[in-house]
Design a protein around this ligand. Structure first.
Ligand code: 5GP
Ligand code: MG
Length: 192
């Protein structure tokens, strides 16, 4: 690596990362596979409605859905469960004034990560309660752990250990969502 590039790295968010867990190229290859499955599974669906959970699912959704050539529609939901820390608060808040109309629709619900399972459980239940015909769930990451809510995603790109990760949409204190890979933060960066 040349000196100039080293200097740029040292002055950027990359220096806050202790290790890269899933590299950009690995994510891209895996998205091809997941997109192919989604395409095949919903090919006969005339009105596939995608609902993505903000803000964590933004990057994953954008990269995944551009690989799925269906005439789907996209809505986003603002949901909070973390409130700035590195542990789930256990409460899922719907922050939007108006929720998308999913009555009679087949919904593909996209989130960044399946952790305690409370978010996917609460949002799936809400969408069904609002009249969705069917809800399938899709996440970039699934944490290997015992969940508070008994849910598993229908589509999951990667399984990871139970540790706090950032990047590719996932944040710490609002930052690091634009890292092109999934990584683990340097402990010194985390506020005590
Ligand atoms: P759950 O409701 O399954 O516990 O958590 C879902 C939400 O918690 C995710 O959408 C994500 O916003 C947040 N979350 C869970 N684990 C992590 C993690 O390791 N890193 C980050 N940045 N967010 C996480
Ligand atoms: Mg989230």
């Amino acid at each position: 690596m040349d000196f100039f590039r080293l200097l740029l790295l040292a002055a950027s968010m990359h220096e806050d990362i202790e290790k890269v867990l899933i590299a950009e190229e690995v994510i891209e290859k895996r998205l091809d596979v997941i997109a192919e499955r989604v395409h095949a599974d919903f090919a006969s669906e005339e009105a596939l409605q995608v609902v993505a959970i903000l803000k964590g699912a933004l990057v994953f959704m954008a990269d995944l859905l551009r690989r799925v050539p269906l005439r789907l529609e996209i809505e986003c939901l603002n949901v909070a469960s973390y409130h700035g820390g590195t542990e789930s608060s256990g409460q899922v808040d719907f922050l939007d004034q108006k929720l998308p109309d999913v009555k009679g629709r087949c919904v593909l619900l996209i989130d960044d990560i399946l952790d305690t399972g409370r978010t996917l459980e609460a949002v799936s239940a809400k969408l069904l309660q609002m009249g969705a015909r069917e809800v399938k769930t899709c996440v970039l990451l699934t944490k290997d752990k015992v969940r508070a809510a008994e849910v598993e995603a229908d589509y999951s790109a990667f399984e990871i250990a139970d540790e706090f990760v950032v990047g590719y949409g996932l944040d710490y204190d609002g930052k690091y969502r634009n890292l092109p890979y999934v990584g683990v933060l340097n402990p010194a960066v985390i506020k005590s």
